[in-house]
Design a protein around this ligand. Structure first.
Ligand code: SAM
Length: 353
């Protein structure tokens, strides 16, 4: 059976290659190098450099091919992406058939890690359905641009005990994500962060991470956004392309608030993302409902614990010969006790749908 090795190569520095990745590279009969047009030849060059440095298997052949390009004019983003992925899957199938025998091994070198904002694994799934022959595939993890960014700035991705979100520039246009203090932004052609409140965030920005051209800028968003835009435009003009990633972290605003430099504003209602499909919206609703349900269950459990505590007190009182009688009521009635918060009462009085 044919084997497809999906190898994460790291995000620009050939030294990001793990020993597992180097061993996988040397197991391949054929390494496929995608060409993405003259403007991005430096990216193909990194892959060539990796092969030159680490390939010791004399039987391994390098095959360069032109990666199909997405039709950006397609009015439906999702349909356009689906067609594009089909075209890439067809290219892989043709290459597997023409370049390998039935037991051949082919390596695909994926930028960063294949699990992060990369469609190769989804395309391989498509290929498995449409190829007309069976193959197995393995995934070798790589260093992501997110890790390279954190290492460049010498920062941790999360604040103590808190979650962070990895997102795209397109999504950040809808606002900073809820429920996290840190967002990592990839695939942002226009620094969407510049529309956020400059006083409220720190930014850690990096371009060409891991390469000799790496650029790092960090500071209060309002102080450095213009500098980032300028440096970004210059670098892009020089190289013909740019890849940048950044981390945004909410600043502690309490001092600004107390000094009157920040006000509390009513929360803006979020619009659904224009490219979100119906199933994604349904998924969001389900998540919200699930969260609400979980909160209700937790509250019920708490009220039940109170009820049990009452019973113990009651028994203790009777044991001590006191006449005091504590009444136990059903949970919903107990929930109306004024000691419960208004919001919690509301949740109990409006049981989950
Ligand atoms: C299609 S995604 C691929 C991400 C990749 N799979 C990873 O693990 O990092 C491309 C985006 O990754 C980020 N990126 C990848 N390599 C980078 C680098 N060397 N420097 C800065 N950003 C990079 C940029 O945000 C770019 O728009």
């Amino acid at each position: 059976m044919r084997t497809l090795l999906v190898i994460g190569i790291g995000s620009g520095n050939p030294e990001h290659m793990t020993i597992q990745a180097i061993n996988a590279l040397n197991r391949a009969d054929v390494v496929l190098i995608p060409r993405k047009g003259p403007a991005k030849d430096e990216l193909a060059e990194v892959r060539r450099d990796i092969c030159e440095r680490y390939l010791t298997n004399p039987a391994t052949r390098l095959i360069e091919f032109d990666l199909p390009v997405r039709n950006a004019d397609d009015p439906s983003y999702l349909a356009g992406v689906a067609d594009w992925h089909d075209a890439i899957a067809d290219t892989y199938r043709d290459l597997l058939l023409s370049e390998t025998g039935e037991d051949g091994t082919v390596a695909l070198l994926v930028w960063g890690d294949p699990s992060l904002y990369d469609s190769t694994l989804r395309i391989v799934d498509r290929l498995a359905k449409s190829a007309g022959f069976s193959f197995q595939h393995e995934v070798i993890p790589g260093i992501t641009s997110v890790q390279a960014l954190a290492a460049g700035h010498r920062i941790a991705l999360n604040t103590v005990g808190n979650a962070f979100q990895v997102t795209t520039g397109r999504r950040l246009k809808d606002g900073f994500p809820d429920g996290v203090d840190t967002a990592l932004v990839l695939l942002d052609g226009a620094l969407a962060a510049r529309d956020l409140e400059g006083d409220a965030y720190d930014i850690y920005w990096g371009a060409y991470l891991g390469t000799a051209d790496e650029i790092l800028i960090a500071g209060r968003l309002g102080d450095v956004a213009d500098e980032i835009l300028r440096v970004r435009a210059d670098a892009r003009a020089r190289h013909g392309w740019i890849m940048d990633t950044y981390l945004l972290r909410r600043r502690k605003l309490i001092s600004l608030y107390l000094s009157g430099r920040a006000r509390l504003l009513p929360r803006r209602r979020r619009q659904p993302h224009p490219h979100a499909d119906r199933s994604a919206l349904l998924e969001q609703e389900l998540h919200a409902a699930l969260l609400e349900r979980r909160q209700q269950h937790r509250l019920r459990a708490a009220v039940q614990r109170v009820a049990v505590a009452f019973e113990i007190l009651d028994r203790a009182a009777r044991h001590a010969g006191e006449r005091r009688k504590l009444l136990l009521r059903p949970v919903e009635q107990a929930a109306r006790r004024p000691t419960l918060l208004r919001k919690e009462r509301h949740m109990l009085e409006n049981p989950c749908r």
